[in-house]
Design a protein around this ligand. Structure first.
Ligand SMILES: [Zn+2]
Length: 224
């Protein structure tokens, strides 16, 4: 087991500093231990300077920091604030990478669903145009010809929309079902990644809501 005090530069040689990979000293209060565990998971470091409370934590970029007290009269408030500070730090690699990875999965899923919807619309419009074409007596009327032309133009627009969405997703499918299956896979991976512990809770809520919304769109598109 490592008990090393790694000097990370700024704090000088005589100040004990604990890297996120080190074993950190145990805080006497459980609420502070939770906050410290979380900070370490997010890649923060801890320093302990005698006479300056229990310690001080720094984010990976050393842009955010927070004092750790020994106890105090209203002890849980500052520990809660410390957790919030850790969650909201935009410099942490672990959390930021996970969140942006999940965002990328869901963004791709959304584009694939958009493409699938556009493909479905295109097929519907083309089918309507075919039906109109098959009804000979209607085609002889100029109003029907206008509608026929309009349906084909709309179908072409929908096809272009699908192509643009596929290009944005970086993946092409010929059929709506294939696009929806791929989108479903993306949403499932995102949901798995959201199970990872200690992601920022606000982000988890937002990303879960987004995943649920996309899942509902997939279900609706499949049953349409
Ligand atoms: Zn930070």
């Amino acid at each position: 087991m490592r008990t090393a005090c790694t000097s990370l530069g700024r704090s000088g040689d005589d100040v004990p500093e604990f890297a996120p990979t080190d074993k950190w000293p145990r805080h006497p209060k459980p609420w502070w231990r939770d906050a410290l565990d979380m900070a370490r998971d997010y890649g923060w470091s801890l320093t302990q300077i005698k006479g300056h409370g229990w310690g001080h934590i720094y984010c990976p970029a050393r842009s955010c920091d927070y004092p750790i007290y020994s106890s105090g009269t209203a002890p849980e408030g500052p520990a809660k604030t410390a957790r919030r500070k850790v969650e909201r730090c935009p410099h942490g690699t672990v959390a930021a990478e996970s969140v942006s990875h999940i965002e990328a999965l869901l963004t791709k899923a959304e584009r694939l669903i958009d493409a699938a919807d556009a493909l479905s619309l295109k097929n519907k419009l083309e089918r309507r145009a075919e039906l109109l074409d098959a009804a000979d007596d209607l085609v002889s009327q100029s109003a029907a010809w206008d509608e026929f032309g309009l349906l084909l133009a709309q179908a072409e627009d929908a096809e272009q929309e699908a192509a643009a969405a596929f290009a944005a997703a970086g993946e092409r499918h010929d059929a709506q079902a294939g696009a929806l299956d791929a989108a479903d896979g993306q949403v499932r991976s995102a949901r798995d990644a959201l199970q990872r512990p200690r992601l920022p809770s606000g982000e988890v809520k937002r990303l879960k809501g987004w995943a649920d919304e996309l899942r509902a769109r997939i279900v609706a598109a499949r049953s349409a």
